[in-house]
Write a protein that binds this ligand. Structure first.
Ligand code: CP
Ligand code: NVA
Length: 300
């Protein structure tokens, strides 16, 4: 089994992962060793930069008794054009699982097709499932679950937004997305979610999306690989920000999420990220715990 996108799992499987992530976090906090992946090796392929994803996967594997091998595209034959399908078949003979961070989603799909070991998506241009699992875990810890909650997505309809839409379709919570016209989430992801009867709405204004929301969620205006569009995006996205005013429209106990890294003063203010509503540090930490649950599920 692979984890390429949130919709690779059912609601009950996601619930099990979150429960397992919470259990594993508790075990770690209490200093109880847990090493079910002894002798297992996870290959990590990064074609884009990372802090959280790399460190959390490496720590997760070590703490579970396994090992990792870090590969950047520039230091491997992938960077010199060796076909993905060849790399996938070769690596399958060496490691027990592969985590990949890359550009086009079709790259990881091709890798998974040719790999005989589980493949985990550590972010593509289209999806970021591990992050959204950590987000769901954080909301579960703070609010007991997502049932009956309204989540607002402010800003770019990017990989994070697409994974959030899939989560809304599977888990059944309300998701309101406020994005500039030409920067809406992926049409196919949206159509798939609507067909499933998802409670997802594309809103005309930030105010409409955040009104009465329990969770305010955003991400950078220009993602990795979009550096050349940055100047244009800064103009288009002005106003798509989590700040004191947007927080006033949300529920009193609303929580603020950001997958990080953040650009303070753009999609979120310093006040919002550092303030009492922010759950971003807990959210970042939970990458470690929920990914342990994913690794145990896929590699054991
Ligand atoms: N949120 C996230 O994936 O962070 P990194 O880019 O640092 O891995
Ligand atoms: N949307 C961002 C997420 C970074 C974790 C990007 O793809 O760069």
């Amino acid at each position: 089994m692979d984890l390429l996108k949130i919709s690779d799992f059912s609601a009950s499987e996601i619930f099990e992962l979150i429960t397992s992530g919470i259990r594993t976090k508790d075990r770690l906090k209490r200093g109880i060793p847990y090493t079910p992946l002894e002798g297992k090796v996870l290959g990590l392929i990064f074609e884009k930069p990372s802090t959280r994803t790399r460190v959390s996967f490496e720590s997760a594997m070590y703490q579970l008794g396994g090992h990792t091998i870090f590969l950047s595209s520039t230091s491997t034959q992938i960077g010199r054009g060796e076909p993905i399908k060849d790399t996938a078949r070769v690596m399958s003979g060496y490691v027990d699982g592969v985590m990949i961070r890359t550009f086009g989603h079709e790259i990881i799909e091709e890798f998974a097709e040719y790999s005989s070991v589980p493949v985990i998506n550590g972010l593509t241009d289209m999806h970021h499932p591990c992050q959204v699992l950590a987000d769901v875990m954080t909301i579960t810890e703070r609010k007991g679950g997502l049932e009956g909650l309204k989540v607002a997505w402010i800003g770019d309809g990017n990989n994070m937004a697409n994974s959030w839409i899939e989560a809304a379709a599977i888990l059944g919570f309300e998701l309101s997305v406020a994005c500039p016209d030409k920067y809406c989430p992926d049409e196919d992801v949206l159509a798939w979610a609507m067909e499933k009867g998802a409670n997802v709405k594309i809103c005309v204004s930030v105010a409409e999306a955040v009104k009465g929301a329990d969770v305010l969620n955003t991400d950078v205006w220009a993602s990795m690989g979009q550096e050349e569009e940055r100047a244009e995006r800064i103009k288009v996205f002005a106003g798509y920000q989590i700040n004191a005013d947007t927080l006033k429209l949300a529920k009193k106990d609303a929580m603020v999420l950001h997958c990080l890294p953040a650009h303070r003063g753009e999609e979120i203010t310093d006040e919002a990220i550092e303030g009492p509503h922010s759950a971003v540090w807990q959210q970042a930490e939970n990458r470690l715990h929920v990914q342990k649950a994913v690794l145990e599920r896929l590699l054991k």
